[in-house]
Design a protein around this ligand. Structure first.
Ligand code: DC
Length: 226
């Protein structure tokens, strides 16, 4: 088996709503590589802590939760969405909510929580390659990645995408409220002391505002296979 360090990695970092999740999945499929959805790990910790009644500002308790959490990604047989099993419970639906996103962003500022996730994230690096989706994939977790992309889109475009997704699911949300949440989350993710959201050195910047998905996929794919 190839040594983990020589397994190629494509890191895709960027703010929420930049299209990272969709693009990472499609590019990983096209390359035949594995996928790491690191945001799901932070969401899972926020969710598990909440389920145990832990106050998210209780650093020691949240850290213990991060150190002991069991997270499994289970691909569905019909090629549909991947299920996320957290401490034995299928939490796929709960993890996608705005509440889970906000909880993830809140606990992601805790250095010991981020540290607890390092080995788990590195373990996804397996042949033939890995697409790693997150905020600090190219800067902190896989700084030696051969290929790095930073995806962005304007805050209003990201709010509109999120609005459509949530409306399609029948949830009641307002565009103005989502825009406020997105801007607050961007600010928190970019200004935190540990692993703030910023483009990795050498990352290819792709602004997806107004760009159709297939065009973004082609652009990102070309970073790996020019
Ligand atoms: O990508 P996402 O929306 O699922 O991420 C949820 C939150 O988790 C995000 O607001 C910040 C945090 N996060 C992080 O700090 N580092 C990562 N690599 C991925 C996500």
């Amino acid at each position: 088996m190839a040594h983990p360090a020589v397994v190629p990695v494509l890191t895709i970092d960027g703010p929420s709503g930049s299209g990272k999740g969709t693009i990472s999945r499609l590019v990983a499929e096209k390359l035949g590589w594995r996928l790491l959805d690191s945001g799901a790990l932070y969401r899972a910790i926020g969710y598990a802590a909440g389920a145990e009644g832990i106050d998210l500002s209780d650093v020691d308790a949240v850290t213990r939760c991060a150190q002991t959490i069991r997270i499994r990604f289970v691909a569905s047989h019909d090629g549909g969405e991947t299920h996320v099993i957290v401490n034995g419970h299928d939490a796929t639906d709960e993890l996608r909510t705005e509440t889970a996103g906000a909880a993830a962003s809140a606990i992601a500022v805790i250095p010991s929580v981020r540290q607890a996730l390092v080995d788990l994230q590195l373990s996804f690096r397996k042949a033939p390659g890995l697409v790693a989706d997150g905020r600090d994939m190219g800067t902190v977790i896989f700084p030696d990645a051969a290929h790095k992309v930073f995806l962005t889109a304007s805050a209003s475009e990201r709010a509109k995408r999120r609005y459509k997704q949530l409306k399609d699911k029948g949830l009641s949300v307002t565009l103005a409220g989502l825009l406020r949440e997105i801007e607050a989350r961007d600010e928190r993710d970019a200004s935190r002391a540990v692993a703030p959201l910023k483009p990795a050195e050498g990352a290819v910047l792709v602004d997806t505002t107004g760009m159709p998905i297939d065009e973004v996929v082609a652009k990102v794919f070309a970073v790996v296979r020019p």
